[in-house]
Design a protein around this ligand. Structure first.
Ligand SMILES: NC(=O)c1ccc[n+]([C@@H]2O[C@H](COP(=O)([O-])OP(=O)(O)OC[C@H]3O[C@@H](n4cnc5c(N)ncnc54)[C@H](O)[C@@H]3O)[C@@H](O)[C@H]2O)c1
Length: 314
């Protein structure tokens, strides 16, 4: 049993990680300010403290719980919000992470696992983005997710805090908010289940590297004991076009709605695939879900949550 503190554990990815940690018998404390997370996502067997990661009281919470490992997922996650509100984005993602690092230092945490993003790379200069690819973020979000990587590496050097940094591709799965990164799957799921047509920006032939949330969870579980001092891409490692994604979701739901094609969005990247071979080697991990199986579970999850809401079950 490990004592694990999960920041952002009421959010999409963090809550799935908490569920798995609890299932494996670990003692879990969630710190989340519920800005985009929801109480309904909280695992009843995990302790919960409603707190902003920027709060001075964070160190007391860490000291009281005494975590061995911190899995840090709390963040401002919307690229568009970062462009409209760069100060807020930097406060949460940079200063908030710095406060987490200080709390780790003061409470003797052994290891920090940090959720970083493919957004740190910017425009792909090769077909498969390796971790050594140039860092040229296209948004303030990309900057604010990358800057903490420097702080983490420097804390490791100065005070010996162990770490693993995981740069996620487009994550999808149940509980995802349509506003976040990779929100296209949750937007399409919601439209299809409402019997509405889906909008595609551009010709739909742009590709993304989708990864199912349970594969992200298993990478975090491996990182509890492996991947020391490493920065790694966590991705499916293959390209899926938006047209292909929608076709698969239509096949699963049996819905046949032609998409509405809209003008391409400025700044949208044409193709993006992350090389995941370093994580395969260092974490002894590999993605297990095919796109079809991940989407099937996601759509089932979405249908079940709707039924629960209709019946008034929490
Ligand atoms: N979803 C993706 O495709 C994706 C891709 C790359 C990286 N990430 C990273 O994964 C992490 C989780 O993202 P998600 O998609 O689950 O988003 P999410 O919005 O569902 O989760 C973020 C959680 O952090 C909490 N939070 C936000 N600001 C906080 C603050 N100041 N103090 C305390 N809690 C705060 C929110 O309430 C929420 O529960 C983030 O760090 C994000 O940058 C996500």
């Amino acid at each position: 049993m490990i004592k694990v503190l999960v920041t952002g554990g009421a959010g999409f990815i963090g809550s799935h990680i908490v569920d798995r940690l609890v299932k494996e018998g670990h003692q879990v404390l969630v710190v989340d300010n519920l800005s985009t997370g929801h109480r309904i996502n909280l695992n009843p067997s995990a302790e919960f403290v409603k707190l902003d990661i920027q709060d001075d009281a964070l160190a007391d919470t860490f000291n009281r719980f005494g975590p061995e490992v911190v899995i840090h997922h709390a963040a401002q996650v919307a690229v568009t919000h970062s462009i409209r509100h760069p100060l807020y984005d930097a406060r949460v993602n940079i200063m908030g992470t710095l406060n987490v690092l200080e709390a780790c230092h003061k409470s003797g945490v052994r290891k920090l696992i940090y959720a970083s993003s493919a957004a740190v790379y910017g425009l792909p200069e090769s077909d498969m983005l390796k971790e050594t690819h140039a860092i040229k973020p296209l948004s303030f979000y990309g900057i604010s997710k990358h800057t903490p990587e420097h702080y983490i590496e420097t804390y490791a050097r100065l005070i010996g805090l162990d770490f693993t940094i995981l740069r996620y591709a487009n994550v999808y799965g149940g509980r995802q908010d349509a506003k976040g990164e990779g929100g296209v799957v949750s937007i399409f799921a919601s439209k299809l289940l409402n019997n509405e047509r889906c909008a595609i920006f551009g010709d739909g032939e742009q590709t993304r590297d989708f990864i199912y949330v349970k594969d992200i969870v298993s990478a975090n579980i491996s990182a509890l004991t492996r991947g020391s001092g490493k920065i790694m891409n966590i991705s499916g490692g293959s390209a899926t076009s938006i047209n292909q994604l929608l076709r698969t979701m239509c096949d699963i739901t049996g819905k046949r709605f032609a998409p509405v094609y809209m003008a391409p969005r400025t700044g949208d990247i044409k193709d993006s695939v992350l090389d995941n071979r370093l994580a395969v080697k260092e974490l002894g991990w590999s993605p297990e879900y095919t796109l079809h199986d991940g989407l099937l579970e996601t759509l089932d999850f979405e249908k079940q949550s709707r039924t629960k809401v209709e019946k008034g079950v929490s």
